[in-house]
Write a protein that binds this ligand. Structure first.
Ligand code: ASP
Ligand code: ASP
Length: 344
């Protein structure tokens, strides 16, 4: 049963974590009080482990709602959010819209192409005008890193970062973590390999932070031109040859080559990229039986992954999309001041 509070935006609420405590002592019955510290969700950087688990536990309740014949709860009845998307997206806008509607929350979509932004209106003007129409939350995607942070300092509504340039995409990281926990039980001690365009990928940054905070050991692999030189300071291992590391990991997190953000040529040809870094049919056949594969979408089939991955039973690409709705429901619900009954 989910209830909604109308008090301060964040409430202290109880969480029962299915993951062992850092001490290694597992007590599945223990319940800890956790308070999310921020009014907004701007990045995984701002969240600690217990806040991440709060969101993931809340998402589990909503994931069950999605399996009901009528998958709607009245949790945010009377509230409204806006999708303020300045960059192309199909999956994320739809996912947030669905998440809002499953919570009985109104959702309006703003598209850059048909707005007064094309007449020169600034981001702040646009947001303030939309807020003046009475929205409770703003979900923003923007090509400039930091745009959601800027907005959050100037509006009263809560702000959710749905992707800011190559910086962060926190709800993608949360839905990836949710999907992996459903499959693997816990990320503590698991080895996760992210493959591809680490430099230009906001998913890579958010996932690295999120998986590490949940206790996973993260490694990255890609061409040297696509790996930030200082990445080891984030505590991850770096590999330049996929075949050296592929059989040592629990999770392979493939990433899209971010053509739209690449200004100079980062690899000689697509064929070469696939040969060195692609999850080809042959590599797939050689994976250890328990390894799972994720990808945030959209996939460049034939580049970072062969189409065979779509048929692979341990590829989690579609469950990631389904779970994305539940995770975004949890984020909207908690940011709007909801209080959940969290079960493990
Ligand atoms: N990058 C897009 C998004 O996250 C993917 C898509 O458009 O399908 O929404
Ligand atoms: N959909 C994800 C994003 O918007 C991943 C991608 O586009 O490669 O960042």
């Amino acid at each position: 049963m989910v209830q909604c509070g109308h008090g301060p935006r964040f409430r202290v609420h109880e969480v029962r974590s299915p993951e062992p405590a850092k001490s290694g002592v597992q007590n599945p019955e223990s319940r800890v009080k956790v308070k999310l510290r921020s009014r907004h969700l701007l990045g995984i950087e701002d969240l600690d482990r217990s806040e991440i688990l709060t969101i993931l536990d809340q998402a589990r309740t909503f994931r069950e709602v999605l399996d009901r014949p009528i998958p709607i709860v009245p949790a945010l009845r009377g509230r409204t959010v806006v999708n303020l998307f300045f960059e192309a997206s199909t999956r994320t806008t739809t996912s947030f819209s669905l998440a809002a509607s499953r919570l009985s929350c109104g959702c309006v979509n703003f598209s850059k192409a048909t707005s007064a932004v094309s007449k020169g209106e600034t981001l702040l003007d646009t947001a303030r005008n939309i807020e003046a129409m009475g929205v409770d939350g703003i979900i923003i995607r923007h090509a400039s890193p930091g745009a959601p942070h800027f907005l959050s300092r100037h509006v009263k509504a809560f702000v959710v970062n749905a992707g800011d340039g190559a910086h962060e995409h926190p709800t993608q990281a949360l839905l990836d973590a949710f999907t992996l926990r459903e499959k693997l039980g816990s990320l503590d001690g698991k080895r996760v390999l992210m493959v591809g365009d680490i430099t230009h990928s906001r998913v890579a940054r958010s996932n690295l932070l999120c998986f590490s905070k949940l206790g996973a050991r993260v490694a990255v692999c890609g061409p040297p031109t696509m790996i930030p030189p200082d990445i080891e300071q984030y505590g991850c291992e770096v590999f330049y040859r996929l075949d050296r590391i592929l059989d040592e990991v629990d999770v392979v997190n493939m990433l899209r080559v971010q053509q739209e953000r690449i200004t100079s040529s980062s690899f000689p040809t697509v064929r070469e990229y696939r040969a060195f870094y692609g999850l080809t049919a042959e590599r797939l056949r050689n994976l250890a039986p328990e390894v799972v594969v994720t990808h945030p979408g959209p996939v460049n089939w034939g580049v970072e992954m062969d189409f065979d991955v779509a048929e692979f039973s341990r590829a989690l690409v579609l469950p990631q999309v389904t779970n994305g709705v539940a995770v975004r429901m949890a984020v909207l619900f908690l940011l709007a001041g909801g209080e959940g009954e969290v079960r493990s």
